[in-house]
Design a protein around this ligand. Structure first.
Ligand code: AMP
Ligand code: MG
Length: 472
């Protein structure tokens, strides 16, 4: 069978100021590491044999109907505006409309240099590619909006990082790759017409029900508020919430130095380059508001009455912490078995979190254990849990299905850092069994899988992964 991808491209229609046409650069010896058949089916893709697909998803053959390009964007990186970024190591092959009627981008990441590569090599190595593959699919299974992974291909070429690493290409699927930074670049350049065109395109593609730039701002606010609350609820730390990594669609995008935490520590940072802790776990709600303010600033540039627009945009941005809090409360209330939060529940949740931090409790396992008997064992001083538990049990008396609710929202399995490192080390030496196992288990994160119980264990002291890297 020949590979068929039903491309239906619209981004090129925006006009050439938005991108540079760029084919992927060929690789020496493409070898398929992973292919997501379920996702392919959703996208209406007819697979071919594995070696043939490795040619396409490794970048050696541009499939029929693709119109590869590198997208232009800007962005605030760690708070500093970079007036021009763009896909420096990725190309958009094109878009498809899935069997669910949703339009998605298909992008190769690690596919070679583009006009936006600056000093980079345009490549990725196997570690970050497989990491993104596993974590993005795990996020999807957790029910959190995210880009997805269609394929991972080893290139057969070395990539120079700390030393020579085996190169790889990820095929990423996204609702779109429009970012806050896509708006920022045209606003910063004063290209109002392009900004207007982009705004219309984003509304039509993601939020057809909304009206105008301020309607878009409000919709992105709500989507991003929900997303951050979802991250918080599973102990996820994105690690690089730069405005170029903040998707208009509200999907999680750009899995670089991200990580799920083991022990609950609200100021946890993993990224080796985040020295100030800007993107620490509990800074994420504040940072997403900051990012939305940047989007507001960009969108305003196209308004006929800027003064009035500033007032409206300010109001929208100022309301965001309240929206996040509401989303946060409903998710954390569910985590302790409360379906409809009431006044006082916030304090109950915060009290538990404080005790978890002091007691060095594992975030995932503590919440999962609330529906069982062993939550207290997660705490250095179990008595700290016991004294909280009394008030909690009283509160649950009016919550009929608390156990079932908790089991639905508190995962048993997350992609733990030390398991990811183990998986990458194995893959580098040719063993894909740990990858396959993680994919299989993480596809059903809310189910007990006793035969894989060891994947629930936090790292032993010698297994702790203290830092993560961007993989660039
Ligand atoms: P990221 O931190 O992955 O969001 O990347 C930030 C910017 O750096 C983007 O414009 C990337 O395309 C670019 N970039 C990252 N890694 C590379 C690389 N290896 N070669 C060229 N550009 C890169
Ligand atoms: Mg990025």
């Amino acid at each position: 069978m020949t590979l068929h991808i039903p491309f239906d491209n619209t981004y090129t229609g925006l006009g050439p100021v938005f991108y540079s046409k760029q084919a992927p650069e060929p690789v020496s010896k493409p070898h398929m590491l992973a292919f997501n058949r379920d996702l392919a089916q959703l996208l209406g893709i007819t697979p071919s044999d594995v070696p043939d697909m490795a040619e396409v998803f490794g970048g050696n053959r541009v499939p029929e109907g693709a119109d590869p390009l590198a997208q232009l964007y800007a962005g605030h990186q760690f708070g500093t505006f970079n007036p021009q970024l763009g896909d420096g190591r990725a190309v958009l092959l094109g878009e498809v409309v899935g069997t669910d009627g949703l339009r998605r981008d298909i992008q190769l990441k690690g596919s070679g240099r583009t006009p936006y590569s600056r000093r980079g090599d345009g490549r990725a190595w196997m570690g970050p590619v497989l990491r993104e593959y596993v974590v993005s699919e795990a996020m999807h299974a957790l029910g959190i909006p995210t880009t997805r992974a269609l394929a991972a291909v080893a290139t057969g070429d070395p990539v120079w990082r700390e030393g020579a690493m085996p190169g790889a290409v990820l095929t990423r699927v996204a609702a779109s790759h429009l970012r806050v930074g896509t708006f920022q670049i045209f606003a910063a350049r004063g290209e109002t017409e392009a900004l207007r065109r982009l705004t219309r395109y984003a509304i039509e593609r993601h939020y057809p029900e909304v009206d105008g730039p301020m309607g878009l701002l409000r919709a992105v606010r709500d989507a991003q508020a929900r997303l951050v609350a979802q991250w918080m609820s599973v102990g996820f730390i994105h690690g690089v919430m730069n405005t170029d990594n903040c998707a208009i669609s509200g999907e999680t995008i750009d899995y670089g130095p991200c990580a799920f935490m083991d022990v609950y520590n609200p100021s946890q940072v993993f990224s080796s380059i985040d020295r100030m802790g800007r993107y620490a776990y509990d800074n994420q709600p504040g940072i997403i508001v900051w990012n939305l303010a940047q989007l507001a600033t960009a969108l305003i540039q196209q308004m006929d009455d800027p003064q009035e627009a500033v007032e409206e945009a300010t109001e929208i941005v100022h309301a965001m912490p309240g929206v996040i809090e509401k989303e946060w409360l409903s998710r954390f209330a569910a985590k302790i078995g409360i379906a409809s939060p009431q006044p006082g529940d916030m304090a109950l949740i915060e009290d538990l979190l404080e005790r978890m931090a002091a007691g060095q409790a594992d975030f995932t396992n503590t919440f999962r254990a609330l529906a069982g008997e062993h939550a207290r064992d997660q705490f250095l001083e179990p008595a700290a849990f016991d004294s909280w538990e009394k008030g909690w049990r009283q509160r649950l008396e009016t919550e009929p299905d608390s156990k079932a609710l908790m089991r639905q929202v508190n995962p048993a399995f997350i992609p733990r850092n030390h398991r990811m490192e183990e998986m990458i080390a194995a893959a580098v030496s040719g063993g894909m069994a740990p990858f396959e196992r993680l994919m299989q288990v993480l596809a059903r994160p809310y189910e007990d899988q006793p035969e894989h119980a060891e994947l629930q264990n936090p790292p032993k002291p010698e297994e702790v992964v203290p830092a993560t890297f961007c993989g660039t």
